[in-house]
Design a protein around this ligand. Structure first.
Ligand SMILES: C[S@@+](CC[C@H](N)C(=O)[O-])C[C@H]1O[C@@H](n2cnc3c(N)ncnc32)[C@H](O)[C@@H]1O
Length: 382
């Protein structure tokens, strides 16, 4: 079994070869070992449950998780695992995927001497990478969960990065140290807080994973204008957990799919993959269809079922995709015809000439946010 130094070197080389790690960030990745920031208990997915892996029980498994190019679950159910036998249901803190961390740091476009605010400290690894490049004095990080913030502060300080880690709601930024040159959110927002623009110098950048209920994978790079508004376009596909007070409701097939016998039945010729498997299409559907969560379950033999669930109203829909089929059975239940809404949104996107993700933009003002396509002249009401 390779040791931590070897695993770290391998991961760094792989990220550089894949083009995710830019030369300016290679040094920090080499100097900041990820495992030093990961708590001794992490969690892995087991069906729809989250089960713990303890370093003390299996150091090799733990270390492999630390150096896989994948996210590591570091807290479940806000630190209070809900299920019997310490089984968790919801991921509430994690170390982000290393390739995503590397791409986001590159997209942040920092220069020496810049002051950066990070929202969502998590393990502290990303804050340490920033501190290695910019100096710890230039890095402030806000974490909503006090226990997570304490862990991050402790490991950062042990590693000699005396980053300012504040426990609090990152949606409020950190006014005491504003203005910043850059803000990087490592937690997703549906409604992007204008505070982040207010606390950034004109000409500064704010990087935010923007999420909808249906689709969670749009990184927006905003430029802050002199009038305090910020405008940005989608620059990458990254998925993050939501800001704590924007989490909404978790969809659960066990809880939300009711009255299967009474569901309205029909067929569609639209292949579910075209809607949920194509990034540009599913992003656009998410812009159009609120309060609709997506779950995909796989059956034996390559068939799968797409579930659409509105946990607020109790409406749900399912779509079965068998290999080679050209017509797909649909079931819809509740007040909303969720599949119909999704299919209409897909056709709306088709009618716009199938815009790719990078053509969408978002503007955030003190009054709220609005979406546009190509330029602010083509505003899209959602
Ligand atoms: C994906 S993790 C961040 C990963 C982290 N940057 C790292 O290097 O490990 C997202 C974090 O955001 C935190 N979070 C959620 N809502 C927040 C909020 N309103 N303000 C600050 N942090 C928040 C979560 O508790 C979680 O620790």
């Amino acid at each position: 079994m390779a040791d931590a130094a070897e695993l770290s070197a391998r991961l760094t080389s792989a990220l550089a070869e894949a083009g995710d790690l830019t030369p300016e960030w290679r040094g920090p990745f080499e100097k900041v070992p990820r495992h030093r920031f990961i708590p001794d208990t992490v969690w892995v997915e087991d069906g729809d449950r989250l089960v713990p892996v303890h370093r003390a029980d299996d150091e090799t498994a733990w270390l492999e998780l630390c150096y896989a190019n994948d996210f590591v679950i570091t807290q479940v159910d806000d630190g209070d695992p809900a299920g019997p036998g310490q089984v968790g249901h919801e991921i509430t803190s994690s170390a982000s995927r290393p390739d995503v961390v590397a791409r986001m740091l590159a997209a942040l476009q920092v220069e020496p001497g810049m002051a950066v605010l990070e929202i969502g400290t998590g393990t502290g690894w990303n804050a340490a990478l920033l501190a290695e490049r910019l100096g710890a004095d230039n890095v402030t990080s806000v974490e909503v969960d006090p226990a997570v913030a304490d862990h991050a502060r402790r490991v950062l300080w042990q590693a000699s990065y005396q980053v300012r880690v504040a426990a609090g709601d990152g949606a409020e930024g950190y006014p005491a140290c504003a203005p910043f040159d850059r803000v990087i959110a490592t937690v997703a927002a549906d409604r992007v807080p204008h505070t982040w623009a207010q606390q950034t110098r004109p000409g500064g950048r704010v990087l935010v994973p923007w999420a909808t209920d249906f689709h969670n994978g749009a990184l927006v790079s905003f430029l802050v204008a002199r009038d305090g508004t910020m405008r940005g376009r989608i620059v990458d596909n990254v998925a993050f957990m939501r800001l704590r007070d924007q989490r909404g409701k978790r969809a659960s097939l066990d809880r939300d799919v009711r009255d299967v016998g009474g569901a309205r039945r029909s067929f569609t010729g639209l292949h579910p993959y075209d809607v949920v498997g194509e990034y540009d299409a599913s992003l656009a559907v998410g812009l159009r269809v609120p309060r609709c969560k997506l779950i995909v379950t796989h059956d034996d033999g390559g068939a799968y079922t797409v579930w659409l669930v509105d946990p607020w109203s109790g409406s749900w829909a399912s779509l079965e995709a068998a290999p080679g089929a050209e017509r797909f059975p649909v079931r819809q239940s509740g007040d909303r015809d969720l599949w119909q809404e999704v299919e209409d949104a897909y056709r709306w996107w088709n009618g716009l000439d199938r815009p790719s993700a990078d053509r969408w933009g978002l503007t955030v003002t003190p009054e709220g946010q609005h979406l546009w396509l190509d330029s602010e002249d083509h505003r899209i009401d959602r």
